[in-house]
Design a protein. Structure first.
Length: 133
């Protein structure tokens, strides 16, 4: 594959996650490869699945001589929140500055939404999505 034909960083991982979310059942590398249907090598799909598992984004169970994978995060909102927490955790002593910069760059609508969310009692259930105004 030439560099011109390469996918943007993270695109294949996203496609694999979306495939697993849509399936609503554990999938093997062969299943994922068939669902993606764009001529990917089996080893490429297996590598992406292993990486997503190592990142904690997929669960896996033995399925004969291979593994079947299922989602450890339920949707893109949960995935994005996990990534945001990871980056925040990596910021170390810069955490207050990172949060301050993040909040200072919010739109008025996002700031209002964040305030509303922070005023709600904490539950294990994610808040209902709201329409941007």
């Amino acid at each position: 594959m030439t560099s011109a034909a390469r996918r943007p960083s993270g695109e294949l991982e996203s496609a694999v996650l979306e495939t697993i979310w849509a399936a609503e059942r554990p999938l093997t590398a062969r299943d994922v490869r068939a669902a993606l249907g764009d001529g990917l090598a089996r080893t490429t799909v297996a590598t992406i699945l292993a990486r997503l598992h190592a990142k904690g984004l997929l669960l896996r169970v033995r399925a004969g001589r291979t593994y079947a994978y299922s989602a450890a995060v339920e949707d893109t909102a949960a995935l994005t929140a996990r990534r945001m927490r990871t980056e925040l955790d990596r910021s170390g002593e810069e955490r207050p500055g990172v949060l301050a910069r993040f909040v200072s760059e919010l739109t008025e609508n996002d700031e209002r939404l964040l305030r509303d969310l922070l005023e709600r009692p904490r539950t294990s259930e994610p808040p209902e999505p709201t329409e941007p105004s």
